[in-house]
Ligand binder design. Sequence first.
Ligand code: NAP
Length: 293
Amino acid sequence: MGKAVLILRVDADTKLFGLIGCPVSKSLSPFIHNFVFDKMELNCNYMAFEIEKEFLDKGIDSLKTLGARGFNATIPHKISLLEWVDEIDPYAQKLQAINTVKIEKGKLIGYNTDGPGLIEVLKAYNIQIEESNILILGAGGAARGIAMALALNHCHRIGILNRTELKSEELANAINQSKLNTLAKVVSTSADLKVYDVVINTTSVGMYPHVDETPIDIKKLSQEAYLFDIVYKPHRTKFLQEGEKNGNPIIYGIEMLIYQALIAEEIWHDMKLDKKHLRNELIELALELKLLI
Ligand code: NAP
């Protein structure tokens, strides 16, 4: 065994946190949150609960009954949760999706930390969002949160390239109608994609087990563009491997997963974390434990 040791304490005072979704069995969230509890000496425990779409109400009731203090939500609950919370943070309201819930005196308060997580990653790489042209590959749930987060952070321009163009149009319209001074447009593979400073893959292309697939021909992109793949299984997707070979700076999907989780921790415990330091420790430990395949 390496130097990594995670101490999990469970006693009569342990506070419960968790993840709800379907499937959740491959999730890294329990690893990330239990690591933070250990580091911050919080008597808390985080578990993953596989809850199917039609059982969301029962799942929430169970967590409340068990005295859980908060939970994260993943596919398929991020949008349905909007109906179940008692209060919603204005940012999650704008994104129309919830991935983090705080339970205070039985009241559910919904937040979205996916968008802020992505923004923190870009800032950590010194990417000037206000001056950037950012290309988003995909127009699904993750793309929606990312595009809105970029617009709320005054991103200069956003291009949206998706297999189903109707969905790109809907997303571009939503951004342009939000009057946030970010111009969003639909682009196709025949457009000049070398104008983009950052390219974010939000499609599931290249995700395990389809590890030999890539969402775009790397030669169409600028060699200077940051390539950010939010897919994190595998860690080094084909898109990132090809980008690295091409000389592009690359950003791994695990970064966003970690930052969104750390922001959720800050919400649950009303505290500020040294996120950069924790991010470094988490990635080192995850690599050592071979959690990033
Ligand atoms: P989603 O709503 O189902 O959207 C999937 C997107 O992928 C759509 O734009 C879809 O295009 C596109 N797509 C799927 N298969 C394709 C194919 N064969 N060719 C071209 N495009 C294809 O899923 P999501 O919630 O946005 O999640 C997308 C990915 O992001 C997943 O891998 C997820 O694990 C990852 N993710 C990572 C983080 C993180 O923290 N790192 C957070 C959230 C999500 P169409 O519209 O044409 O169907």
